[in-house]
Design a protein around this ligand. Structure first.
Ligand SMILES: [Zn+2]
Ligand SMILES: [Zn+2]
Length: 488
C-alpha cells in the first residue's frame, strides 16, 4: 500500500506562507510610509515600492507608468488599431488547426515586414512558428536571432519574449480567441520595438515568438525543445476571457492511452474461452470515478472509451481508453499519474487481460506559475486603460483549463493575464466566445493588451530591478522546471 500524497497540503502551506509574508511586507511598508501604490487596483503595489523607485534612470519609465514611455506606447498601440483589427478578423475568417496555421503565420509575417522587421519562420522546428527581434541600437549581435547561439549578447541587457498564438479549434474556429492573442502580441512587439528604436530604453531585446498548436498539442514545448526559448529572460502573453484578470489558475495536463488486449471468443457458445478487453476498460473507467473521491481539489481526471469491440456476440479482444490527467500542482500531477497507472493495471488484472500504457502522446504541460511581480505591473497598465485586472484568488481555481504556457512559465518568469472581450458567462471553447473574438470589444482588448504587454516588456529593459525582483520570486517558487525532465 502506498501512502497518500502530501503534495496538495504542501502546496497549500506554501501558498499560505507566501500570503502571510506579503501581508507582513505590506504592513511594514505602510508603517514606513512607503506604500505608494499609485492607485493600482490589484495587489496594492505590495513589494513594488522599492523596485519601482529604483529603476528607469534617465528614461522616465520608472515608478510611474503614467510617464512619457506610457504615453508613447499607448499612442503607438492606438495608432495600430486598424491593422490589429484587420489581422484579428483575417485570422478569424481563416481558422487553422494546430500545425496548419500557414495563413496566420503568413499574415503575421506580412504585417511585421510592413513595419520593417525581419521575420524568421520555422522557429524551434515548427514550420508555422515565427520570430522577430527588436534590439536597442548597439546592443550587439542578438543571441536570439539566427541559429540561437546563446553566447555573447546576454551582457547587452535582457531578452523579453512576447508570445502570439494563432491556432483555432476543430468545428469552433476561434472559439478560444487566439486571433486576439496574435493581434495583441504583434501590436505589443511593434509598440515596444518603436521605443527601442527611439533609443529611450535600457539595453536589451524584445522578441516576438509566434507559437503554433496551443490547442491539444503543446506547441510551446516543441519550441522549447527546439531551442526557441534559449536566451529568453522573461515571457509575456495575454489570453481573452470573460473577465479582466492579472493572474489566473491553469492546470497542468498529461495525456495517455491505455490499450487492453484480451482473447476473442463467441459470447454465447464459449464465453469461458475469452478474456474481455472491454470489461477491463469499463472497470478502469469506474475505478477513475471512485478515485476522484480521494483526489485533492487541485486535480482533474477524465477519460473516454475510444474503442471496445464491434458486435455483442464477440468477446472484444481489444479496447482503448483515452485519458487526461490534470493538476494545479506539478507534484500532484506526477502522483495522480502513478495512481492512474495503478487503476489501469488493476483493471487489466481483474479482467485477465494485458494492457499497454502510452503516456504523453503530446508533450505534457505544467500548471501556469504566475509571476506576481510582473502581474502587478500588468494590472497597473490596464488600470490606465480603464480596466480592473483582478489579482489571483478572486475567481475560483476550479475554473482552470490547461495551456502550454505553463511550461514556459516554469522556464522563465512570465505572465499570462486574461483580458475581457465579452460577458463573464461567455466560456472559452464555445461558438459564443468565437463571436466575441470577432467584435469591437475584442479589438479594444487587443489594443489595450498590446499597450500593456509592451509597457511591461519595456519596463524590464528600463528597470533591471524589476526583472531581478521577478527572477527572485521565480527562484523562490522553485526555479526552473523542465517538463521533459520532470515528467519524461
Ligand atoms: Zn483553448
Ligand atoms: Zn486558448
Amino acid at each position: 500500500m502506498d501512502t497518500p500524497s502530501t503534495a496538495y497540503l504542501d502546496h497549500t502551506r506554501k501558498l499560505l506562507d507566501a500570503r502571510a509574508a506579503r501581508a507582513r511586507e505590506r504592513a511594514e511598508a505602510a508603517r514606513a510610509g512607503a506604500a505608494d501604490a499609485g492607485g493600482a487596483p490589484a495587489g496594492g503595489g505590495s513589494g513594488g515600492g522599492a523596485s519601482s523607485e529604483g529603476g528607469g534612470s534617465g528614461s522616465g519609465a520608472g515608478g510611474d507608468v503614467a510617464s512619457l514611455s506610457w504615453e508613447r506606447i499607448a499612442a503607438d498601440a492606438e495608432e495600430l488599431r486598424g491593422e490589429l483589427r484587420d489581422l484579428a478578423f483575417d485570422l478569424h475568417d481563416h481558422p487553422e488547426e494546430a500545425f496548419e496555421e500557414h495563413h496566420a503565420a503568413a499574415a503575421l509575417a506580412q504585417l511585421l515586414r510592413a513595419h520593417g522587421h525581419r521575420v524568421e519562420t520555422g522557429v524551434g522546428g515548427l514550420p508555422t512558428a515565427l520570430r522577430a527581434v527588436a534590439q536597442t541600437p548597439g546592443g550587439g549581435t542578438s543571441a536570439i536571432e539566427g541559429d540561437g547561439d546563446a553566447g555573447d549578447a546576454r551582457d547587452a541587457g535582457p531578452t523579453v519574449a512576447i508570445l502570439a498564438e494563432y491556432d483555432a479549434l476543430p468545428g469552433l474556429g476561434h472559439g478560444c480567441g487566439h486571433n486576439i492573442i496574435a493581434a495583441a502580441g504583434v501590436g505589443a512587439f511593434l509598440a515596444a520595438a518603436r521605443e527601442l528604436e527611439r533609443g529611450v530604453t535600457g539595453p536589451g531585446r524584445i522578441v516576438l515568438l509566434g507559437t503554433p498548436a496551443e490547442e491539444g498539442h503543446t506547441g510551446k514545448e516543441h519550441m522549447i525543445r527546439g531551442g526557441a526559448f534559449d536566451g529568453v529572460d522573461a515571457a509575456v502573453m495575454v489570453h481573452p476571457f470573460g473577465y479582466d484578470l492579472a493572474e489566473h489558475a491553469w492546470v497542468g495536463r498529461r495525456t495517455m492511452t491505455a490499450t487492453f488486449r484480451g482473447i476473442s471468443a463467441h459470447a454465447s457458445s464459449q464465453p469461458f474461452m475469452g478474456r474481455n478487453a472491454l470489461d477491463a476498460a469499463t472497470l478502469a473507467y469506474q475505478g477513475f470515478g471512485l478515485l476522484r473521491q480521494q483526489m485533492p481539489p487541485s486535480d482533474r481526471l477524465h477519460a473516454v472509451i475510444d474503442s471496445g469491440g464491434r458486435r455483442p456476440s464477440v468477446i472484444p479482444d481489444e479496447a482503448r481508453l483515452s485519458v487526461y490527467v490534470r493538476s494545479l500542482i506539478p507534484a500532484a500531477l506526477r502522483d495522480l499519474s502513478a495512481r492512474v497507472d495503478d487503476v489501469l493495471l488493476g483493471a487489466a488484472r481483474m479482467a485477465g487481460v494485458d494492457v499497454e500504457l502510452d503516456w504523453d502522446i503530446h508533450p505534457p504541460s505544467l500548471p501556469v506559475r504566475n509571476n506576481h511581480v510582473l502581474a502587478r505591473r500588468w494590472a497597473r497598465t490596464q488600470a490606465l486603460r480603464g480596466r480592473t485586472a483582478l489579482p489571483g484568488g478572486i475567481l475560483p481555481d476550479s475554473l482552470a483549463a490547461s495551456t502550454d504556457f505553463g511550461n514556459v512559465s516554469h522556464l522563465v518568469p512570465g505572465i499570462h493575464p486574461m483580458i475581457k472581450i465579452g460577458p463573464d458567462d461567455a466560456a472559452l471553447h464555445t461558438a459564443r466566445f468565437a463571436e466575441c473574438s470577432r467584435s469591437g470589444a475584442g479589438v479594444d482588448a487587443a489594443v489595450d493588451a498590446a499597450a500593456g504587454l509592451a509597457q511591461v516588456a519595456v519596463d524590464m529593459l528600463n528597470e533591471p530591478e524589476l526583472l531581478a525582483e521577478a527572477r527572485a520570486e521565480f527562484e523562490a517558487a522553485g526555479g526552473r522546471l523542465a517538463v521533459a525532465d520532470y515528467l519524461g
